[in-house]
Design a protein around this ligand. Structure first.
Ligand code: URA
Length: 189
């Protein structure tokens, strides 16, 4: 069994917070385990919980469009969330839920070994980049974390709620594409 499948199988039995008992499906991660780019969201919503796959609802459809704007698709990235089980009524994950779940994401990052991590929204950015992350001010900026280039962009659900944020996000996506061309060897090969 490969490392990611083994990890997922262990995560299926996780009882480290109450969310596991309430979910329909574990939403562990999807995409290319050898990807140079990893996208990290917040946590599963209703559709993700039903299907067991990250970003398959309306926000996920927009995320697919955003990826295609920079010549990417799900086969060229790995997508995971901060928490792997849906918080009730899509509320923000609680600190104790994020803490209990964080070792699974760290293990996923260790397996994928991405060159670039893109945080989707404030909650992912606060976990990965800086606890005080201000998404409206700091989206589009690069941060260097142990040699991995990290950027946060607005969450696609925020772009669905507020179309005014889209032009800034297009600029961020163009910057991501430029950085991929600069430092990634295989993504567009
Ligand atoms: N929003 C997220 O942050 N993650 C998903 O998987 C779906 C919606």
């Amino acid at each position: 069994m490969d490392g990611m499948n083994e990890l997922k199988n262990r995560c299926l039995g996780c009882k480290e917070c109450p969310l596991g008992a309430q979910r329909t499906n574990l939403v562990f991660g999807t995409g290319n385990e050898n990807a140079e780019i990893m996208l990290i969201g917040e946590g599963p919503g209703e559709q993700e919980d039903l299907q067991g796959i990250p970003f398959v609802g309306k926000a996920g459809m927009l995320l697919d469009d955003m990826l295609s704007m920079i010549d990417l698709d799900r086969s060229r990235v790995y997508i995971a969330n901060i928490v792997k089980c849906r918080p009730p009524k899509n509320r923000d994950p609680l600190p104790e839920e994020k803490n209990a779940c964080s070792h699974w994401l760290r293990a996923q990052i260790d397996i994928v070994k991405p060159r670039i991590i893109i945080c989707l929204g404030r909650i992912a950015a606060a976990e990965i980049i800086d606890g005080d992350f201000k998404i409206s001010r700091q989206h589009g900026q690069w941060f260097d974390l142990d040699g991995v280039r990290c950027m946060a962009i607005y969450h696609p659900a925020a772009l669905l709620r507020d179309g005014h944020k889209r032009p800034e996000t297009f600029a961020d996506l163009r910057e991501i594409r430029a950085e991929i061309r600069r430092i990634c060897d295989r993504t567009y090969a």
